[in-house]
Ligand binder design. Structure first.
Ligand code: MN
Ligand code: MN
Length: 158
């Protein structure tokens, strides 16, 4: 199954690294996933991509009605791709307050009160016994350091 994976508009490091690491995991699990970004890559995320030699996600503006979609690091229409209401939303992985997305069919939702979406994705690698390659580990750590402000943010968890 083809799947698009993306974080929120005006993407931060977590949205970029979550989409890339979730895409890698989905592909290991037999899907044909593509990492996307809803906007230009900012300096901090670009630094992590350059450092770990990972290609940037493909920049998209919206999604089509028949697109299969996994969203990470957000769960609100206002922060998401144009057309999301009509797309086939499969899954949400996030660490923010609930933002009111409704669906017509059951979907997988993983929302936890942790410092970073990549914290959750790290756990999903463990649960699925998928080995984390060096560059994906680097992206996960980059996002965790960024979202927790070097573990100083009040959202930081053990
Ligand atoms: Mn974010
Ligand atoms: Mn985040």
């Amino acid at each position: 199954m083809d799947i698009l994976v993306f974080g929120h508009k005006n993407p931060d490091t977590d949205s970029i690294c979550s989409s890339l690491s979730m895409t890698y995991l989905k592909n290991k699990l037999g899907y044909n996933a593509t990492a996307c970004a809803l906007g230009e890559i900012r300096k901090e995320a670009q630094f992590a991509l350059d450092y770990f030699k990972v290609d940037a996600p493909k920049i998209i503006n919206g999604v089509e009605a028949d697109d299969n979609v996994v969203i990470v690091d957000h769960n609100e229409y206002g922060q998401s791709a144009d057309g999301l209401e009509k797309a086939n939303l499969l899954e949400i992985i996030d660490h923010h307050k609930l933002g009111g997305i409704a669906t017509s069919v059951p979907i997988s939702v993983r929302i936890m009160t942790v410092g970073c979406t990549c914290t959750i994705i790290y756990n999903m690698y463990k649960e699925n016994n998928v080995e984390i390659p060096y560059e994906i580990a680097g992206l996960l750590l980059s996002a965790i350091l960024s979202d927790t402000l070097l573990f100083k943010s009040p959202t930081t968890t053990e």
